[in-house]
Design a protein around this ligand. Structure first.
Ligand SMILES: Nc1nc2c(ncn2[C@@H]2O[C@H](COP(=O)(O)OP(=O)(O)OP(=O)(O)O)[C@@H](O)[C@H]2O)c(=O)[nH]1
Ligand SMILES: [Mg+2]
Length: 179
């Protein structure tokens, strides 16, 4: 019975203290955006993920925070849409494949191009250096250099959707953008 009262209390306090955060997830194709959204939604890692066409929308609840997530496709033909999905959100998550050193230049170009849009001025940004379960992945320092993140206030987070390393830090940061 105490468990029952505790869950009723949790449900009621959730109604009164619930917060919202709208998040756009962007980055080059195959960096792991959909994997990130799948893992934070279901807690389950799966290799089976198909390239996103245009976007996916997901709504999830973490504690008392409801997150509305736009998972936007990363193939070149979809990149011009990124700004539209990022406009008005509480946070942008930019995912990088930290093993794919050859694509850092392209990722840097696309990220800085996106951030130069006047509509996105001041939107909080978190860069995820994903796939750090794989040997040869870039360190945080290498990501800062490769993507010229030194002028961006929040440090990138090195993480893995496969091992779920540092996912707790990412979720904490996202919850902090809620209102
Ligand atoms: N080893 C490893 N593989 C990962 C990780 N995250 C994603 N992948 C793999 O990377 C590939 C691409 O993942 P997606 O989540 O589809 O990438 P995406 O960024 O959504 O790609 P688009 O939808 O095309 O823009 C898949 O084969 C995933 O299984 C990770 O942390 N570690
Ligand atoms: Mg995807």
């Amino acid at each position: 019975m105490p468990g029952f009262f505790a869950s009723v209390f949790q449900w009621i306090s959730g109604l009164f203290f619930s917060k919202q955060a709208e998040i756009a997830v962007v980055g080059l194709q195959a960096s792991g955006k959909t994997s990130f959204v799948n893992v934070i939604t279901s807690g389950q890692w799966s290799e089976d993920v198909v390239p996103t066409v245009a976007f996916n929308f997901r709504k999830i609840r973490k504690g008392n925070v409801t997150m509305k997530i736009w998972d936007v496709a990363g193939q070149p033909k979809f990149r011009s849409m990124w700004e539209r999905y990022c406009n008005g959100v509480d946070a942008i998550v930019f995912v990088v494949d930290s093993l794919d050193h050859d694509k850092f230049n392209t990722a840097r170009f696309e990220l800085h191009q996106l951030l130069s849009q006047p509509t996105l001025s001041g939107v909080p940004l978190l860069v995820l250096g994903n796939k750090n379960d794989l040997a040869g992945h870039a360190s945080v320092k290498e990501l800062i250099k490769g993507l010229q993140l030194d002028k961006i206030s929040d440090r990138p987070v090195s993480c893995s959707m496969k091992s779920q390393h540092n996912l707790d830090i990412v979720l904490q940061w996202l919850a902090g953008r809620s209102h």
